[in-house]
Design a protein around this ligand. Sequence first.
Ligand code: FAD
Ligand code: NAD
Length: 472
Amino acid sequence: MEDIKTDVVILGAGSGGLSVAAGAAQMGAHVTLLEPGEMGGDCLNYGCVPSKALIAAASVAHSAFRSDDFGISTGAPQVDYAAVMDHVKRAQATIAPHDSQERFEKMGVCVIREAGRFVSDDEIQTDRYRIKTRRIVIATGSRPLVPPIDGLEDVPYLTNETLWDLRERPEHLLIIGGGPIGIEMAQAHRRLGCAVTVIEGSRALGKDDPEFAALLLDRLRAEGIEIVEGAQAKSARHADGRVVLETDDGKSFEGSHLLVAVGRKANTEALDLDRAGIATTRSGVQVDERLRTTNRRVFAIGDAAGGLQFTHVAGYHAGIVVRQVALGLPAKAKTDHLPWTTYTRPELAHVGLTEKEAREKHGDSLRVVRLDFDQNDRAVTEGETEGMIKVMVVRGRPVGASIVGAQAGDLIALWSLAIANGLRMSQISSMVAPYPTLAEINKRVAGAYYTPTLFENDTVKRLVRLVQRRLP
Ligand SMILES: Cc1cc2nc3c(=O)[nH]c(=O)nc-3n(C[C@H](O)[C@H](O)[C@H](O)COP(=O)(O)OP(=O)(O)OC[C@H]3O[C@@H](n4cnc5c(N)ncnc54)[C@H](O)[C@@H]3O)c2cc1C
Ligand SMILES: NC(=O)c1ccc[n+]([C@@H]2O[C@H](COP(=O)([O-])OP(=O)(O)OC[C@H]3O[C@@H](n4cnc5c(N)ncnc54)[C@H](O)[C@@H]3O)[C@@H](O)[C@H]2O)c1
């Protein structure tokens, strides 16, 4: 066993760990990064990148179906599923160098391709090394949760870790779970020509605004996806090459393939956290607002910290932690301005308080302004008029925004900026967006906030008439 001394040990080279490593090393700290699996973690290898690449391919297939709307006939698309997966692999391979061991070693990071676990307050052990360190960052991410469903262990089910190895298009994909994974993969596979059934125990897209989620779910159903809500998967069996699922309400569903997407489990069990006095919660490592664990030398970030589980959140956490481990300065992680997007078509995006949460918190001080996408000229020219935006406003400042529609994920970023900086609606409406862009919808909805004050106001009307009489 070789001994190493370092300033910072990072467990996990995923979105969060890599960002801490890059930041701390480039600021001059000695950084040791441990990773037993693929560099890049879930996002590059099993999550965001392959899923978005598959969605992009599905979008191309779908555009053939709606080309008639634009006066162009292309015929039904021929989908070569294996070639689609090749496109997915190419996208991953193109991004991989950015997360590679070589790149991080060039930054001065010591990369060890082994799993780490705690042996004391300030020591981590791997197979070959014992590492003494000032600070430790747990960035071990999460894995697919496998629910207690009778017979599931005997069914060849897929998860987000194995889906990308498929080479033949599923004839009928059954998906357990109507969260972002289930819903994104449902639309992608439907558009690539599969029959798809989503079985959701509660409400599909249950973390999003129900009104906006409903618009998206209607669209998905119109594309031919069967979405069954309020049906908990209870048992599964495999017979004659088919998967049969039964739900708690006595219904049964049959398909050729099964994808399990019922949430995540933080990777904490193998870390021997008790040896360092680190507490956990039901969802991950327990952290305070500075992302410190119950051991003050140790931080936890990203999926392992059990809060919002997104790549940009892991990256945001990394920034908060770099400041503390490299410079010793305190920094707090906020959650109000953290957005998320489900990358279906149309996209579904949200930041801050939902309308319901805002109503509960602010009561009568809340005003909700909204606009439909059919009011936006670019949406009309693109044939993307299905969508809406609503912004929750309290005393002139946005506290939340929901968008369902084309490019919702890009459009929501402005509202994250506004909430992060406490901007007023007047500051949003004072921007000028190029015409015709979808971005104009953000300005228009901010303008709509002032409509009753400016355009539906008798005092303003009387004042304007007075001014008009006096103007030369
Ligand atoms: C299908 C899918 C699609 C997604 N799409 C999006 C999206 O579009 N946008 C978005 O923002 N988020 C998306 N996510 C979520 C996103 O992938 C995660 O939130 C993000 O990867 C979390 O980063 P992380 O650094 O916390 O963990 P990870 O990226 O999972 O990295 C953790 C790393 O730690 C390593 N590790 C585990 N144990 C140890 C140990 N003992 N020692 C050392 N290393 C260890 C693991 O091998 C892994 O490489 C998606 C997730 C899935 C599953
Ligand atoms: N676009 C994105 O940013 C994106 C995409 C995919 C995943 N992610 C991240 O990954 C996380 C995990 O996604 P997910 O979709 O697996 O989880 P999720 O927790 O968001 O949704 C899982 C769904 O499965 C349902 N469920 C649980 N057990 C069930 C059962 N036995 N039968 C039927 N339904 C059942 C739940 O009610 C829930 O609606 C997300 O929360 C998100 O943080 C993000």
